[in-house]
Design a protein around this ligand. Structure first.
Ligand SMILES: Nc1ncnc2c1ncn2[C@@H]1O[C@H](COP(=O)(O)OP(=O)(O)OP(=O)(O)O)[C@@H](O)[C@H]1O
Length: 268
């Protein structure tokens, strides 16, 4: 198997714009090396699913790209900018162009949903309170929440509603890239499928690029254009769901041919 991260993808990489380019990434915590010379491209407009065994560093990769973890070595370009060496001011400009949904939603518990959605606007934009409120209400609707949810506190919402509220906040600045860390974890299968639909709809209507860490085989089937597998401290392989079926690697084979995979493909 070719070690190139795009070895299995049919379209020539040169034709697609990589909005994220990771090269030679090294992450290490004490003696534990999590990533060793990891390379990855994320292309504009795609939904990329990041999968891998527990502890392979999926969340660390996401956190490193968005600047919450400083790597030992390597280069990360987002929108062509070297995000590890740009100034704070340049960094804030780049940060405006992405949104992040953490696994638990990471909403401020003391703020209402609308106030949560307005928080990034307050930080990055100079808008009147009335305009922020109007935009916030639009985001509430965009993610399929009922209007009354805007005035609720996170603790007053169901898990699925909290995820949607977190997504609304991630979309507050109308980003080009959305990072999602296990967005369907903790949702029941119907709620998870509805959330998948929402992500796909938003990706299509807003032209979003979606970087999604997931364990959810249904999500991979339903919405991912491409999958990147983390194993052996790097991106072992990337490709379509179909490509994954022919990868000759024990974890990849077990994951994509196991009973849960067959069920997700509708073969059980
Ligand atoms: N800040 C940190 N300090 C020390 N070790 C860390 C830190 N962050 C992550 N790790 C370690 O790095 C490894 C990768 O963690 P990460 O959360 O990225 O795994 P993951 O692939 O997302 O796993 P899971 O699928 O179980 O969520 C783990 O062994 C974790 O303990």
């Amino acid at each position: 198997m070719d070690g190139s991260p795009d070895a299995l993808h049919a379209a020539p990489a040169a034709e697609r714009e990589a909005v994220i380019k990771v090269r030679g990434l090294v992450n290490q915590f004490g003696p534990q090396v999590v990533h060793e010379n990891l390379d990855l491209d994320v292309y504009r407009g795609e939904v990329l699913g990041i999968v891998g065994g527990s502890g392979t560093g999926k969340s660390v990769l996401l956190r490193t790209i968005v600047g919450l973890n400083r790597p030992r070595a390597g280069k990360i370009e987002v929108f062509g900018q070297d995000v590890l060496s740009i100034s704070d001011k340049e960094r804030r400009e780049v940060e405006k162009r992405w949104g992040v949904l953490f696994q638990d939603g990471a909403l401020f518990s003391s703020l209402t949903v609308l106030e949560n959605i307005e928080a990034p606007m307050r930080e990055h934009l100079k808008l009147s309170p009335a305009l922020m409120r109007a935009l916030g209400n639009l985001k509430v609707r965009l993610v399929g929440l009922p209007g009354f949810a805007g005035s609720k506190y996170p603790s007053e919402l169901s898990g699925g509603m909290r995820k949607r509220a977190g997504l609304a906040r991630a979309l507050a600045l109308e980003p080009e890239i959305v990072f999602l860390d296990e967005p369907t974890a903790g949702l029941d299968p119907i709620g998870a499928a509805a959330f998948d639909d929402l992500i796909k709809q938003l990706q299509e209507s807003l032209g979003l690029t979606v970087f999604m860490v997931t364990h959810d085989l249904d999500s991979l089937h339903a919405i991912c254009d491409r999958i990147a597998v983390l194993a052996e401290k790097k991106v072992l392989v990337t490709g379509s769901m179909k490509d994954m079926l022919s990868v000759d690697h024990p974890w990849v084979h077990e994951y994509f041919h196991g009973p849960r995979a067959r069920a997700a493909q509708g073969q059980d």
